[in-house]
Design a protein around this ligand. Structure first.
Ligand code: IVH
Length: 675
């Protein structure tokens, strides 16, 4: 290959990766496997190292968030970033409509657009000649803060527009407004992960998104599951549309994510009719929505109507009723996390919130209890928003009866009874007893979990038994268990013991990425583990890596690098690794040697539906992925095969409509064995 060829390959790769990124993160419809994507990124890194002059700001490698800032600069918005007036019921909406119709009769013919009011943070994204150059927070509406480096790490933000090559006429200057937020399921997963790591959990998705955007170290932002939806053009060098519906269409065409829930209504009567529907779908929207925004479709007219204070007259937000109720806090329980962090939770008088009975709620940390002066027997407000785990907002002090007792932070660990410690200036209280059984239980629970060693059949109950009986004092002890050992435990008979030993044995051949994740190194979760495995290929090499070398890996910032180094330097961990080595459990990254086209299912996308005769869904997925295939949750035109089990539902219909081939589990297994 000549230099010219390589330079051409590099530029083509940048564009192609940006496109696949868009397919994955914006359209939710990938057309290549994660593995192929990773290989492309790897190749691009190699080429960019050779030709640094071609590393442009819109290169997908620039999403890594490598440089740390000292402070945020200011950005003056090209036009005021306005807010919205609120309505609380249909009467308020009607009054709004009458007011603006009186001001300008053309309102009657404008049409309206309904959009979800996303409970996130406004961001303003600047594109020059199609390239993302700058991004700001809302600030005071006139001046915001420059958070470009953080925004770059959000995969749904296009670094260059248009993303699809056939789209023409992107204005030289194009400034877009959108909302950054976290999907409810990602928020819960993030908190679960933090809980597992024994770290402080987040209070709610909005605050977490806000905190993540205001990080001076973009590597931190990169690891938060932030997402973007856009809804307005703030400034443009050439007018591209004069309607709100047209705006959404243009944004979509250029490659920005736009909510699929947006809809156009011909008349105000239609708006009123649709509002009932919006009330019903609230729970189906996978992110927190605090209302419906009703916008005049005719933007010229909306502009002419002007604004009152910071609220434009041409739009209004109908707020959803708050999902908050009060109940009695009967007691406060305490969990001991993997690193010994103690986390309090509220035990509640069961209460219904939006159709769900809530018995427990998050209390975040002990500082929160103190700050809010939450007492046992208090009547407290609880919030359940979207699918997020319910949390306590605070006590209703006015209704106290006198039987409320202040809560005392336990001075002894509820599990091992040892003294609890609190580092000056930190919120967390720790049990520092490294052999505290509760911590070991949490650690082993993580070690055997699906994302880690995936030891099937080893639930929390068994982990607790193994730790309590002293059979398991560290992870490696799991591999020394025998049938005789297991039979001493309550509830174990021959078959159960054999099955468990079989699963334990199966896990010996896991990938390096899984093994790393399983070790539970602080800050090293699933994503970092895969990145590290790919970069270092073996545990021996990773163990020897310097902090600088660790930081060369995309997504590994200084804190994680230090935490990895510390982990490998600890004597007890070195002993643990020695033990694993003796047991021949020493995974290496193998993907390098396997070329993707050698794998039987390379390039094929599968969807699984219904109950399969022998495999669980996760097993089937894992087998497909191991064989080079990819699985997705929904059927699209890119799906190659629908694996059909019993009681299949709508996916089957969709596959039939799209003419996608269905196969049985048996056929799938045949295909996997075929090479
Ligand atoms: S339009 C003139 N549309 O709600 C444009 N705002 O309470 C005014 N928001 O600050 C904003 N989703 O951060 C608009 N679909 C949407 C929105 C939305 C969420 C936020 C936005 C704004 C706040 C107003």
């Amino acid at each position: 290959m000549t230099e010219m060829d390589e330079r051409r390959e590099l530029t083509a790769l940048q564009r192609e990766i940006n496109y696949h990124n868009y397919r994955y993160h914006v359209l939710d419809d990938p057309i290549i496997s994660d593995y192929e994507y990773d290989m492309m990124i790897k190749r691009l890194h190699e080429l960019e190292e050779r030709y640094p002059d071609l590393v442009t700001p819109d290169s997908p490698t620039q999403r890594s968030g490598a440089q740390v800032l000292e402070k945020f600069q200011k950005i003056v918005h090209p036009a005021p970033i306005l807010s919205l007036a609120n309505a609380f019921n249909k009467e308020d909406l009607k009054a709004w409509y009458e007011r603006i119709t009186k001001l300008d009769n053309r309102v009657k013919n404008s049409g309206f657009v309904l959009e979800p009011k996303i409970d996130g943070l406004t961001v303003v994204l600047h594109y020059e000649n199609g390239v993302f150059v700058r991004g700001a927070t809302r600030g005071d509406g006139e001046i915001g803060e420059d958070i470009t480096a953080n925004l770059r790490t959000i995969r749904s933000i296009p670094l260059r527009i248009p993303v699809e090559e056939n789209v023409k006429n992107v204005p030289d200057r194009f400034v877009v407004r959108g909302e950054v937020f976290i999907f409810s399921k990602d928020f819960d997963a993030l908190n679960k992960q933090l809980e597992k790591l024994g770290e402080k959990t987040y209070q709610n998705p909005r605050n977490t998104a806000a905190g993540s955007l205001r990080q001076l170290d973009p590597a931190i932002t990169r690891n938060r599951p932030l997402y973007l939806l856009t809804y307005a053009i703030v400034d443009t060098s050439i007018n591209v549309t004069s309607t709100q519906w047209g705006t959404l269409e243009i944004l979509r065409q250029f490659g920005f994510p736009v909510s699929k829930y947006c809809e156009r209504c011909q008349s105000f009567d239609e708006v009123l009719n649709r509002i009932d529907h919006w009330m019903e779908i609230r729970d189906q929207i996978p992110f927190e929505v605090d209302g419906v925004v009703i916008k005049l479709d005719n933007l010229d007219l909306a502009g002419k109507l002007g604004y009152v204070g910071k609220d434009p007259r041409g739009a209004i937000a109908l707020k959803y009723p708050a999902r908050e109720v009060s109940t009695i806090l009967k007691d406060i329980g305490v969990n001991v996390g993997r690193t010994g962090v103690l986390t309090p939770y509220a035990i509640l008088e069961p209460v219904e919130i939006g159709g769900v009975i809530v018995k427990q709620a998050t209390l975040h940390n002990f500082d929160f209890i103190k700050e809010k002066d939450i007492r046992i027997n208090d009547r407290v407000m609880i919030k359940r928003a979207g699918d997020v785990i319910p949390y306590v907002i605070g006590p209703i002090i006015e209704v106290r009866k006198g039987n409320e007792t202040p809560y005392l932070i336990p001075d002894k660990c509820p599990s091992c009874g040892q003294e609890v410690e609190n580092v000056e200036g930190e919120v967390a209280y720790y049990c520092v007893n490294s052999s505290c059984p509760a911590q070991l239980v949490r650690n082993v629970e993580h070690f055997v979990s699906k994302e880690a060693m995936n030891i099937e059949g080893m639930g929390i109950k068994i982990v607790e038994q193994l730790v309590a009986s002293g059979l398991v004092k560290d992870y490696a002890d799991l591999y020394l268990l025998t049938k005789t050992h297991l039979l001493t435990l309550e509830g174990f008979a021959e078959k159960k013991a054999e099955n468990l030993l079989y699963s334990i044995n199966q896990s010996r051949n896991c990938s390096l990425a899984r093994f790393l994740n399983a070790l539970g190194i602080r800050g090293v979760g699933e994503v970092a583990s895969s990145d590290l495995a790919r970069a270092f290929l073996s545990l021996d090499r990773l163990a020897l890596a310097s902090i600088d070398q660790l930081q060369m890996v995309e997504g590994i910032g200084p804190n994680i690098a230090i935490s990895i180094k510390d982990w490998f330097e600890r004597n007890s961990n070195q002993e643990l690794l020695e033990k694993f080595k003796k047991l021949s459990i020493w995974p290496v990254e193998e993907r390098q040697q396997e070329r993707p086209e050698d794998l039987p299912l390379s390039g094929l996308i599968f969807v699984i539906t219904g109950t399969l005769p022998t495999l669980s869904r996760d097993e089937a997925k894992a087998m497909i992925e191991k064989a080079g295939g990819k699985t997705t949750d929904s059927v699209s035109k890119n799906t190659n095969f629908l694996v059909l089990g019993e009681n299949a539902g709508s996916k089957l219909e969709k596959a039939r409509t799209l003419g996608i081939q269905t196969i049985s589990e048996e056929k799938l297994l045949e295909m996997i064995k075929s090479k």
